[in-house]
Each structure stands twice: as C-alpha cells, then as structure tokens.
Design a binder for this molecule. Structure first.
Ligand SMILES: *Cc1c(COP(=O)(O)O)cnc(C)c1O
Length: 394
C-alpha cells in the first residue's frame, strides 16, 4: 500500500499485503519451515539486517511479516514483531529488557501473565519490582528508583477497566529515562495508539480484537526505536522461540480487514448495554469508560476514540449472585477471552484472576460479584434480553 495518510479502514485492508508472482489478491500462507539458496552469497544477502530476506521461519516468514507490517501501520509504529500469543509477547518484552539488579514499576491491575512475571519471575532473577496504582501519577514518580528500567501499565486495565493517563505516564518515563510499556489489548489500536502518546513499547494479545473471531491465538509488540525492536526480536522472539504460526498470521490478516468496523460496532453495543445496566436495580456497579460515571471518563475521552467493547458490572448477591448470573445464557457464553464476535462473560475472581491472592484481588478492586463482559456483535436487543434474563435469575 503506497497511499500515504490512508484512513484506518484502508490500512486494515491493504497494509502489508504481499503481491506474489501469481497475482494472488491476498497474502498466501507460506507454511514452509525453511528457504533454499543458490549460493553462500545469496544466504548472506538474505541475512542482511538492513534488508532481511527469509532463511528459516522462526526468524522470519512472509505471511507473518505481512501481518507485522499491517500491525505496524495500524499502531503507527516503525516496526512490529509477531508472537504466538499475547503471553509470549509479554514474556519476551519483560525478560529481554530487564536484568537482575534492575527495577520495574508495574500496575496493580494487570493481566495474569504480566502480574505473575512481575511478582514471581523477576524476583526469581533478582530483579526488583514495585507495584503502583498508575492513576496516581505522584505514586508512579515516587516509585521510580536509580535502577528503574521500565514502567508497565494497561488501560483500560483487566479486569476493572481502570484508566491511566498514558500521555502523563510517558512524560514521567521520559523525564527519568525509563521505558514506558503498555498492554493495549482492551483498547486496541482502533481506540488508542500508545506510541503516539509517547510510549516506547505497545504490546497486545492479537487473540482478542485483532483476530475477532475466536479462532487463533497471537500477540505482537510494536515500537519506534530500532535498537529496542532488534533487542526484543533477537532475544525475545528468535531465542525464546514463541513465534506466530503462518496459518495464524493468515487468519489475523483476514480478521484485520474488518477490524475498525468491528471494534466500532463492539463499542456501540457496549455503550447501549452499559446504559441499560446503569438503570437496573440488581446491578450494583457499572464500570464502562465511555460513561460519565466511570472515574477515568475524562482521561478516556482524551485518549480513546470510544469507550471500547468491554463492560464490568458488580451484581447483587456477591459470589452467589454471580454464579446464578452466569448459568443459563441463551446467546452469551460463560467463557474466558474477549474481542470475539460472540458475547463472552467471565468471572475474574474464579477464572482469569484466580491465581491472585485474595489480598491482591482486593487491592486491585476485583470483587467476588464482579462480572466481565466482552460485548459481541449480535443485535443489541438480543444481547439486552439475554442479560435481562440473567439478572432475573439472581
Ligand atoms: C488475553 C490477554 C493477554 C494474553 O494473551 P494470550 O493471547 O491469551 O496469551 C494479555 N493481556 C491482556 C490484557 C489480555 O486480555
């Protein structure tokens, strides 16, 4: 795609698409594990880091590279690196950038894998960590030490949808010479582009909104600094080996073609459902960044195009109420994951955040009656009817 300043729908359809010798309209799946050469000179050329060719599919693969190029365009990044899952991307970023003796500041509300790496893995390698509430900028700054290497946040955070101010955190990071890293899975590039707000690294689980159809795991990392990109690619991808399969890259390239219109429709349904929940007596609390009742609403308005497709509610009756709510949907599914066309409902305290201690859950604001909803693309009247029935079961 040569058109400069193309709109997001155009970028999502055409960005990075390969044109092969047969004129295939879309990027084919290159399943081959290796590539053959005529001479040592040809291999040397393919290994030139300035203009890399293809030697072996763990190092690079044409279908996977097409996905990386499309993602880099959508995130407005100099480069992207594809991984086999969001967790592989998280692990690669944190472990390739932080060494023993260094220090990281991490948000108290994080995806399970990231939380585990900051609380368990890094201490095992004698790296230090400090947990903060990233909406408290003074606390973030106070946590930065001489040996701090990274500040790591999510916004909206999983599962409480708490919002932190990416622009202000990026400023703090720059002031102290620290890398700012954001897991942008919940917002997705449709809503927020953390690199444009001054972040050094953005990563996502592509399993969610990028795929959008629940048929493949993937992850990616984007950055603008080529040394940073090269470090993460060499150490975190090629050595750790958590690569994306070409078949999955193909599905993700397909999912991306409808990405902007899907995420827009998810957000429209989510806003309507959140408003419905706000007036329901059995819903004790509604967390949706697109509603003025959300504490992060003003910041969300600045850094997100919409409120996103995720809603969190607290239902009456705690654990008991939550258990009745999730049993017996007609349309929604009681399942982990998010960003699919299908509406998915999960219970953080017993599913995605069950590995946290009760104290950690309490600090992160994860109550026992908390329900996380990934609002799907079904007709909103049908979605509301399904949740009306669920609330009547409590
Ligand atoms: C799902 C998710 C991940 C992990 O992604 P996988 O593809 O499941 O490994 C990381 N961060 C967030 C915010 C997620 O929702």
């Amino acid at each position: 795609m040569n058109k400069k300043n193309a709109g997001m729908a155009t970028q999502a359809i055409h960005g990075g698409e390969i044109k092969d010798q047969y004129g295939a309209q879309i990027t084919p799946v290159y399943r081959n594990s290796t590539f053959h050469f005529e001479s040592p000179k040809a291999i040397a050329e393919a290994m030139n880091p300035e203009e890399p060719g293809y030697v072996y599919s763990r190092v690079s693969n044409p279908t996977v590279r097409a996905f990386e190029q499309r993602i880099a365009i959508l995130e407005n990044a100099k480069g992207a690196i594809a991984f086999g899952s969001g967790s592989a991307a998280i692990t690669a970023v944190i472990l390739s950038l932080i060494s023993g003796g260094e220090h990281a500041v991490y948000s108290q509300v994080l995806y399970d894998t990231s939380h585990h790496i900051f609380t368990q893995t890094l201490p095992r390698f004698k790296a230090e960590t400090t947990v903060v509430d990233p909406s408290d900028l003074a606390a973030v700054e106070a946590a930065i030490q001489e040996n701090t290497k990274m500040i790591y946040v999510e916004t909206p955070a999983n599962p409480t949808l708490s919002i932190c101010d990416l622009k202000e955190i990026a400023k703090l990071a720059k002031k102290h010479g620290v890398l700012a890293v954001c897991d942008n899975t919940f917002a997705s590039a449709y809503n927020t582009k953390p690199l444009d707000l001054g972040f050094d690294v953005v990563l996502e689980s592509a399993t969610k909104y990028v795929n959008g159809h629940g048929d493949g795991l993937g992850g990616f990392v984007c950055a603008n600094d080529s040394v940073l990109l090269e470090t993460i690619r060499r150490e975190g991808l090629i050595n750790y080996g958590g690569v994306m399969a070409p078949d999955i890259a193909f599905l993700l390239l397909r999912g991306l073609k409808t990405f902007p219109m899907r995420v827009k429709a998810h957000s429209e349904n989510a806003l309507a459902l959140a408003k419905y929940f706000e007036s329901h007596p059995k819903v004790e609390k509604v967390y949706y960044p697109g509603l003025p009742s959300h504490p992060g609403y003003e910041i969300a308005k600045k850094q997100m195009k919409t409120g996103g497709g995720m809603i969190v509610i607290e239902v009456a009756g705690g654990l008991e109420g939550a258990s009745r709510f999730v049993t017996g949907f007609e349309l929604a599914s009681y399942a982990a994951s998010l960003g699919d066309a299908d509406t998915l409902v999960e219970h953080p305290a017993t599913m995605t955040h069950a590995r946290m201690t009760p104290e950690e859950r309490q600090r992160a604001g994860i109550g026992e009656g908390m329900i996380r909803i990934s609002v799907g693309l079904e007709d909103i009247e049908d979605i509301i009817e399904d949740f009306e029935n669920a609330l009547n079961r409590i």
